[in-house]
Design a protein around this ligand. Structure first.
Ligand code: G16
Length: 558
């Protein structure tokens, strides 16, 4: 494309997607997120950037997803997906932020500068897959993305309403046709097909029941499960709630984030004692489970840590059964991981654990250093990745092993097919969890009783500028404002950790704070030996944040 034709970049911006706000916006934990009415110019510009990214990747397809995932309906967002289905390479986040914030008048020249900086060959073809969630603001934003792609002569392909992980999967398949077919149907064929294959070979026994209740968060995940449900041939009886009808609002008092943070069951569901329930988030990339006790009074949460430990232990058993002992399995968590889960993984499962910063992009990369990397955030966002070596070792055993080894290896190969390795995926994770529970003849109580969580609490604090908070050591230490970490340490030391089983170095309660990358808040996490103590410690730390980091609105109460 000759440089003069960049004029069209400005023309589209001025006429159709002008920048109407001076509010600075940053590519955060999972792309840009803010009120939907502030985003149109940002999404248009991400259409431009996706084309440049595609050209820098030799014309391979890039994904662009319109979603604000777990956020409430008035928010929206946009993020780019790299050719292997992974999140956008981090070095491009700064470029994305720059492009999103320049004035319309400077857009043409900034685009030219970025083309030079990234050395994009404008003569190459460029391909961009575009998907969106169910928000009413999404179609308008998707149209802005299409214009951005067209302005730089790329080829957009619209997938309409899909879960975020379906779009990640399609991008990967488009660039690597050994992974699958790059369509929504191709996704069902591979993931659901693998689930049915496994389940046809597994007898239903013990305490496991094929009935699963699902909270769809009034978002796209539930809608897709409604399509899948009809093809499950009785292998799983899905009873779906919160599908977006009856006035139910996206993520409002329902969905994985609500269930995890509030530690309460979602509204809009019939609660049945001891019934296993899976709760998805708004764009279908997170999953948590829960069940109510006998009198439906107390909820027992099975969060991302639980899913990670369940999957890791099962995969490890299969690796042993097929004799693939040399493959290194590892687990990746964040500071939000419950201390009891980390202890269980290290001491009982004897699997190495890495702790990284919040954001699937960080977990995914750390997991790639293992032959089998299991990564999950406590909020239910995660998956499993397998190295090429792992896959070829398992494939070889499936051909050459003895009868028992072949059986375990074949099961593992189906398990790998059922995994969306590109990103955390509630639907794929749900099928994996159901497979493990079925194979073990377990109900949710067996799963819950594997270890006992430490009581914990999460809170949000609104401050003038959340970037006043900086962190280090995988977000476990707060480096600014000065004095805040010392205050957190002092507050935590007044509580018992509840980890009598650990060395004295971990005696006190645990708390940390970090700026959210998806909401305009500071997040607070606390863990202690009782729920009362965890709640109190979290509230005290929230007060410290409010006092020392420019709190706005009402001061948190203890
Ligand atoms: C996104 C990210 C997750 C992250 C979550 C919360 O989830 O993909 O990795 O844990 O945001 O991030 P923060 O605490 O920075 O707001 P989702 O489901 O909203 O895409």
């Amino acid at each position: 494309m000759p440089p003069s034709s960049l004029r069209v970049v400005y023309a589209f911006a001025r006429e159709m997607h002008p920048k109407t706000t001076d509010v600075f916006i940053e590519y955060g934990t999972a792309g840009f997120r803010t009120k939907a009415n502030l985003l149109e110019h940002v999404v248009y510009r991400m259409g431009l950037l996706a084309v440049l990214r595609s050209r820098c990747k030799n014309g391979r397809t890039i994904g662009l997803m319109i979603t604000a995932s777990h956020n409430l309906e008035p928010d929206n967002g946009v993020k780019l997906i790299d050719p292997d289905g992974e999140m956008l390479e981090q070095s491009w986040e700064e470029i994305a932020t720059r492009l999103a914030n320049v004035s319309d008048n400077d857009l043409e020249s900034t685009t030219g500068e970025i083309i030079k900086q990234v050395n994009a060959d404008m003569a190459l073809k460029a391909s961009v897959y575009i998907g969106m969630d169910t928000r009413y603001t999404s179609p308008r934003l998707a149209a802005a993305a299409v214009h951005g792609v067209i302005a730089l002569k790329g080829t957009p392909k619209e997938f309409g309403i899909v879960t975020t992980p379906i779009l990640h999967f399609c991008v990967k398949c488009r660039n690597d046709n050994t992974y699958g077919t790059p369509t929504e149907e191709g996704y069902y064929e591979k993931i659901v097909g693998a689930f049915k294959n496994i389940r046809q070979k597994l007898p239903v026994y013990g305490a496991y029941s094929t009935t699963l209740h699902v909270d769809g968060a009034n978002g796209v995940g539930g809608k897709k499960l409604n399509i899948i449900r009809k093809s499950l041939d009785g292998e799983l009886d899905l009873v779906l709630f919160n599908l977006g009808g009856n006035g139910g609002k996206l993520n409002l008092n329902c969905g994985a984030d609500f269930v995890k943070v509030s530690q309460k069951p979602p509204v809009g569901m019939e609660l049945t004692p001891l019934q296993r329930v899976a709760s998805l988030d708004g764009d279908g990339d997170r999953l948590v489970y829960f069940y109510m006790d006998e009198d439906c009074k107390n909820m027992h949460l099975l969060d991302g840590d639980r899913i990670a430990t369940l999957l890791a232990s099962f995969i490890m058993d299969q690796l042993k059964a097929c004799g693939a002992r040399d493959l290194r399995i590892g687990l990746v968590q964040t500071a939000y991981a419950n201390g009891a889960s980390t202890r269980y993984i290290t001491d009982d499962l004897k699997i190495p654990v890495t702790c990284v910063k919040t954001g699937v992009k960080h977990l995914h990369h750390a997991a790639l250093s293992y032959d089998v990397g299991v990564y999950f955030e406590a909020n239910g966002h995660g998956t499993v990745v397998y190295s090429d070596t792992a896959k070829s070792v398992i494939r070889k055993i499936a051909l050459d092993g003895d009868a028992e080894e072949r059986k375990a290896a074949e099961l593992l190969l189906n398990f790998i097919d059922m995994t969306n390795e590109t990103v955390g995926d509630a639907i794929s994770d749900l099928f994996m969890v159901e497979t493990v529970l079925c194979a073990r003849g377990h109900d949710a109580r067996h799963w819950y009783n594997t270890y006992k969580d430490l009581p914990c609490r999460q809170l949000k604090v609104t401050v003038e500028d959340r970037n006043a908070i900086s962190t280090a050591d995988a977000e476990r230490q707060c480096t600014s404002p000065a004095g805040l970490q010392a205050r957190i340490d002092e507050l935590s030391s007044a509580y018992d950790s509840g980890r009598a089983f650990l060395s004295s170095a971990y005696d006190s309660g645990r708390a940390f704070v970090r700026p959210s990358g998806t909401e305009d808040v500071v997040r607070v996490y606390a863990e202690a030996d009782s729920q009362h103590s965890a709640d109190k410690l979290a509230a005290e730390v929230a007060q410290a944040v409010y006092d020392m980091a420019g709190g706005v609105g009402d001061r948190p109460t203890v």
